[in-house]
Design a protein. Sequence first.
Length: 177
Amino acid sequence: MALKPTIYKFKIALTDLNRNYYDTLSLTVAQHPSETLERMMARMLAFCINAQESLLFTKGLSTVEEPDLWAHTADGRIDVWIDVGEPDPDRVKKATRIAQTVKVYSFNSKSNVWWIQEQAKFAPLTAAVFRFEWPHIQTLATLSQRTMDISVTITGESAFVAAEAGECEVCWVTLKA
């Protein structure tokens, strides 16, 4: 019998000072049985950083042909493709052929090693790559609850997250713009 995903519901008061974007988001996020809380929270944060009307979560880990997040144009083409983790450069290369904008958000303790090994392969690609600071993502994961009202304020390369269980700042580094 297959394990079912765990469902999380977020009500997010989003303030993105970088883009002058302000919104209240109601997100339902399915945590795949093999997915860590850290990865799920990194996906939620990547959503906030890139929030727009057409941005959606995909089926995620259960559908390898899709990114974690994407947005489509009115005519059905892929506008934005966002992977969370450390994808293979060939996957990202393929994404750059079918999407207008491609972004990668790495987040875990092995991100530095992954980037050192793959940096040269990403150099010719038209994809932006970012690395969330792993200790910050770990702290963010400790705030998670199945139903959450949170506020996320984005400025520069950091997001301040306030939740009922506490608050934290998650910083990231631009590895490739």
